[in-house]
Design a protein. Structure first.
Length: 258
């Protein structure tokens, strides 16, 4: 195992302790000497580990004091959140809480894109849309559908709509959210709480609406929003099941601590 791999692995372990609350905001991180001793490495490598942790945005360096834990939940950006989510799988309740927030962000962006595109002028290349959905259908009909590829295709479709709508900031956030999801197998699996075939049917229905002359009624749009919300509830419940969290107990605990 190379030195850079060791540095990355140990930095991830220390970042995991921050992400799961084992090291609290404001705490003094283990010193270079302590890191070297715990992970059986020389002090130069331990210094690189703590420097890597600082570059991740998980700690702050203080001359003469060492490194202190940042309040990554309050002050961290999307890159920090992405790393925290990936490292939180060993703390199911932390992972479940973060996944709910990721789903809420993804849902808001995707719903905005789909509704805005449905209610406005349809300018995306129809052939591109048909080709992407055809590929989704071919994958969905396979014996073991490649869920990561299917999710990537769906994200590509939404990304194309956001580009056509000129929603560049939402596209950037969706890109980061997509990376968070695709790095975590449980998250990818959760997005297919409903069968892959159903995902294809929804996109086919949307495409039919976009290519029609009349467009959907207000009642049809309201029904779509309700179904979209129900789908995401199933996604969250599936993720809870995959990481070993009781959804009802978790929500009661969240309500009690609010």
């Amino acid at each position: 195992m190379g030195a850079q791999t060791v540095v990355a692995d140990v930095a991830d372990e220390l970042a995991r302790r921050v992400a799961t609350g084992e090291y609290a905001p404001g705490d003094l991180m283990p010193s270079v000497r302590q890191v070297a001793e715990e992970f059986e490495m020389n002090r130069a490598t331990a210094q690189l580990v703590l420097g890597r942790l600082e570059s991740y945005g998980f700690v702050d360096a203080h001359r003469g004091r060492g490194f202190t834990v940042r309040d990554v939940r309050a002050a961290g950006g999307l890159d920090v959140y992405r790393r925290m989510f990936r490292l939180s799988m060993h703390a199911p309740e932390v992972a479940a809480d973060m996944f709910r927030n990721i789903v809420a962000a993804e849902r808001a962006i995707v719903l905005e894109a789909l509704l805005a595109y449905t209610e406005g002028e349809h300018v995306a290349d129809p052939q591109m849309l048909h080709s992407a959905i055809d590929e989704m259908e071919a994958l969905a009909r396979g014996t073991n559908p490649a869920h990561a590829r299917l999710l990537s295709l769906e994200l590509d479709l939404v990304r194309a709509l956001l580009s056509e709508l000129g929603l560049s900031m939402q596209r950037a956030v969706l890109n980061s959210v997509g990376e968070m999801l695709l790095e975590v197998p449980e998250a990818v699996e959760a997005y297919f709480a409903a069968s892959a075939d159903l995902h294809v049917l929804v996109w086919r229905a949307l495409l039919a609406v976009w290519e029609s002359e009349g467009g959907p009624s207000d009642a049809q749009l309201a029904l779509f929003e309700d179904l979209f919300a129900m789908y995401h509830e199933k996604v969250i419940a599936r993720f809870d099941d995959l990481v070993g969290v009781d959804s009802e107990d978790f929500e009661q605990g969240q309500a009690a601590s609010a």
